[in-house]
Design a protein around this ligand. Sequence first.
Ligand code: PLP
Length: 369
Amino acid sequence: MNPSFIPIAAPVLNGNEKAYVNDCLDTGWISSNGKYIARFEKEFAAYCGVGHAVACCNGTVALHVALLALGIGPGDEVIVPTITFVATANAVHYVGATPVFADSDRATWNLDPADVARKITARTKAIIAVHLYGQPADMDALATLAKKHGLSLVEDAAEAHGALYRGRRAGSLGDVATFSFYGNKNLTTGEGGMCVTNDGPLREKMRQLCWQGMDPVRRYWFPVVGYNYRMTNIAAALGVAQLERLEWHLARRREVFALYKERLSDVVEWQPEAEWANHACWMFTALLAPKFDRDAVGTALLAKGVETRPVFPPMHLLPTYAHLTAPGSLPVGEDLSRRGLNLPTGAHLSREDVERVCASLRSVLEQNA
Ligand SMILES: *Cc1c(COP(=O)(O)O)cnc(C)c1O
């Protein structure tokens, strides 16, 4: 038996992607001007329920320009969850500020508002809420803290296109939100990112920073130091087509999550869905019992043709940030990181694929029990 390989993620481009990209090639509009960029910004902002968007070349630089536009810099502290992709913490570092890591809430796996409250100092300027694996963070609690202490509230929504928090769309819940359109995300443009906001002046600043700092009216005049963080029209063409199909993708992802929950309820735990959440189902994450060696389980699954990946390492244990926080001091995040295993999720999976992942995981756990 030689079962086919089941990747953890794969782009599914079964809408108008090819037609729109070919339109770029046929018309020569392949660089960072062209009709798809404005269209993608407008349609994605509308989807999120906000007024403005700035397309850029990935989710990491979206975070960078959002923090710059908010005026965060050297001497400032920004509270971020310890369980996130490294880009969240690195963006804080890029602007010269210090990331301050807060623990996860076991009920959501997102920022624990009580720990965020403990981490606020006179230097704190912002909170970055990450909607981990598609579950929105507890934004009302974080917004209350932000308001009380005069902090900016940023959503790193890179994993949460389409998530809802109490009926409101991820991307509309803070001062500014950032998205990634990397190849494994709910909506992909290959590489790509977007900043969304209701704040018009903030939008202008972010756009200027993505366009080399160029003055919005005086061409080739650069009043601030900016960056070339632009999105190409080709990427935006993919984005417009992917956005047309986003609800279809989200429905397929919900089906995958539901089947995992049905088949695995007696062998693993998973990220609980908060009462306020419509989870965007980016990645199903099995929490293994402490007796299992999570990495060995992942290796055994790979031998059966099932790709998995571990939950992100806690940022406060990485070599680059370990000097900031004592190991052991963010116990919930450390525990989730030690035991969590991401399973294949997405529209690339057939029902049979998901059944095979479940059967493979069950048999590996039995053998290792
Ligand atoms: C993917 C991701 C990013 C970075 O996005 P890129 O487009 O890869 O730069 C940032 N934050 C989180 C939480 C992510 O998952």
